[in-house]
Design a protein. Structure first.
Length: 386
């Protein structure tokens, strides 16, 4: 029987394969992909954010036993910039995870390791002022305590003064938010009729005069179609976005695993393809479960995410938080919120039992291994991009 030498694709080849696969799922915008590639060269943190497909393919082999853990419906692409604010049905300002593009059933450790890895990288980049071990410990402490207490959503009007101060600081100058949106170019090609109808339904009033723009945002999702309807309504500006959704990069990682490896792996891949794979988009499922105060303006319509855009309803990157911030408290809250999400699909006692057997250093050590792996890929990418 013929044998094939095992070979793992390099980052350039893996990126090309992923983008070819993604182009079979949804239309891609080539100039935006070029912007994404340039951003990937800028540093290890933007590289991490832009390459979840690479993480999905490599993390198990890197962290080994850490990936053997109870499964949850995980965020997947979790990192310290994947948190923001929104208004719930009572108009209260809520803080938490606000992007579930890569949601997928995974070991609960995936989200913890990825969040911890991003924190260590952010510390190295001086976006967080805290010792790396303390940063990781804060995440794990928040996660465990949230599981033990059954979670609890972050309602910023009540009981979270420090987090509220950090999150609300950026709301003092909303003009910057609207000026950035208004600067995006008007879409000249026809907008798909279901998308246009969904955007119009999402606005606060029918028959508003709207301008549709193409929004360039994010890193992991950069290259996907984004249509934003801008309008004026009763003395102020309003916006609704439609973003194209696709199956998680975990689907790609699983289907691509047999490429250029052993003959046995090729056979396993063929059997996997014959059985078919779960290609569902899990965005809505993870959005509606867990310990959360949902955003009533977020809806999944077919393969599109429809949501309100506003200064108080958006992601909060670390670099826009006030300089005087309590990094340890912020990371603790991120760990707690991660458990809030996981509680929608698991029994807390099962996860706590698994955590209790792992000791104290497992998360920091796993994060450090992933930092090294990401740095290796980033350097290879920069060299290839010149």
């Amino acid at each position: 029987m013929a044998r094939f030498e095992q070979r793992e694709a390099g980052i350039v080849e893996a990126t090309s394969r992923y983008e070819s696969w993604l182009a079979q799922q949804i239309p891609l915008i080539k100039p935006d992909l070029s912007s994404k590639h340039a951003a990937m060269s800028a540093g290890t943190f933007p590289f991490l954010r832009a390459t979840f497909y690479r993480w999905a393919a490599r993390w198990r082999g890197t962290v080994e036993d850490v990936a053997v853990a109870p499964r949850v419906l995980a965020v997947g692409d979790l990192h310290v910039d994947n948190f923001g604010t929104w208004r719930d049905s009572e108009g209260r300002l809520i803080w938490g995870v606000n992007d579930f593009d890569e949601a997928w059933p995974l070991p609960y450790t995936n989200d913890l390791v990825r969040l911890a890895t991003s924190a260590v990288i952010a510390v190295d980049a001086e976006d967080l002022t805290i010792e790396p071990k303390r940063a990781v410990a804060a995440i794990l402490d928040g996660y465990e305590e949230s599981l033990e207490k059954g979670g609890g959503a972050f309602v910023l009007a009540e009981g979270h003064a420090a987090l509220r101060e950090m999150a609300v600081d950026r709301l003092h100058d909303p003009e910057k938010f609207w000026d950035k949106l208004e600067a995006f170019p008007t879409v000249r090609t026809p907008v798909p009729s279901p998308v246009l109808a969904a955007l119009e339904r999402a606005l606060p009033e029918r028959n508003l005069e709207i301008r549709i723009v193409h929004r360039i945002a994010g890193l992991g999702s950069l290259g996907r179609q984004r249509f934003v309807a801008l309008a004026r309504w009763r003395g102020g500006r309003v916006a609704r976005e439609a973003k194209a959704l696709a199956p998680s990069a975990c689907v790609f990682a699983e289907s691509d695993r047999g490429s250029s490896v052993s003959y046995g792996a090729v056979l396993r891949r063929a059997l996997w393809v014959l059985r078919g794979t779960d290609r569902r988009i899990h965005y809505e499922a993870i959005l509606r479960h867990g310990v959360r105060c949902p955003d009533p303006c977020v809806n999944v319509t077919g393969p599109w995410l429809i949501r309100r855009l506003a200064p108080d309803c958006s992601r909060i990157p670390l670099n826009v938080l006030p300089k005087k911030r309590d990094a340890e408290r912020l990371l603790y809250a991120m760990g707690w919120e991660t458990a809030n999400v996981h509680l929608g699909s698991t029994n807390a006692r099962v996860v706590l039992a698994d955590l209790n057997r792992r000791g104290k250093r497992w998360l920091y050590e796993a994060a450090c291994r992933m930092v090294d792996t990401i740095d290796e890929d980033w350097r290879a990418w920069r060299k290839a991009e010149g």
